[in-house]
Design a protein around this ligand. Structure first.
Ligand SMILES: [Zn+2]
Length: 148
């Protein structure tokens, strides 16, 4: 159809290097997060912003979705909680910190996920009482990668 610029590929997600995890925490938790120590996470919703360069985003997202793994990043410790669940993944070409700072929400744990941050985000994990509206392309998760 003339004037229709839909394409079959997913150009808005292809090659994206920044991802956003939408996390539901069913109840408040105290979690020991590596060197950050014991952190208190109120129940509710969280957005976690991360990036994976050089085409590594699919494997990184699959890793986040996998429950069996060595705890390495701060987010791994939170996601290891039975009450925590990733309910959606979004991806974007925006720079990770630009996106993170545009999200709003509250920082509940200073420094969380921001070890590599050079622009003072404070944390790459933001807390919301209600499910935040995310207007970014949904990432289609490869369920075989997630369960392996
Ligand atoms: Zn940042």
């Amino acid at each position: 159809m003339a004037g229709c610029n839909h394409t079959t590929a997913e150009p808005e997600t292809e090659g994206a290097e920044t991802y956003l995890l939408v996390i539901r925490l069913a109840r408040s938790c105290r979690v020991t997060v590596g060197r950050l120590g014991t952190c208190c996470f109120p129940s509710g919703w969280y957005l976690y912003t991360g990036s994976a360069r050089g085409g590594r985003l699919p494997s990184r997202v699959a890793r986040h979705l996998r429950s069996e793994k060595r705890l390495r990043w701060h987010i791994d410790y939170l996601l290891a909680e039975p009450a925590a669940r990733i309910v959606a993944v979004h991806v974007t070409h925006q720079a990770e910190c630009v996106l993170n700072q545009a999200l709003g929400g509250n920082v509940v744990q200073a420094g969380f996920g921001a070890s590599d941050c050079r622009v003072g985000c404070g944390s790459h994990l933001r807390h919301f009482r209600r499910r935040p509206l995310v207007e970014l392309p949904r990432y289609r998760v490869d369920s075989s990668a997630a369960s392996s």
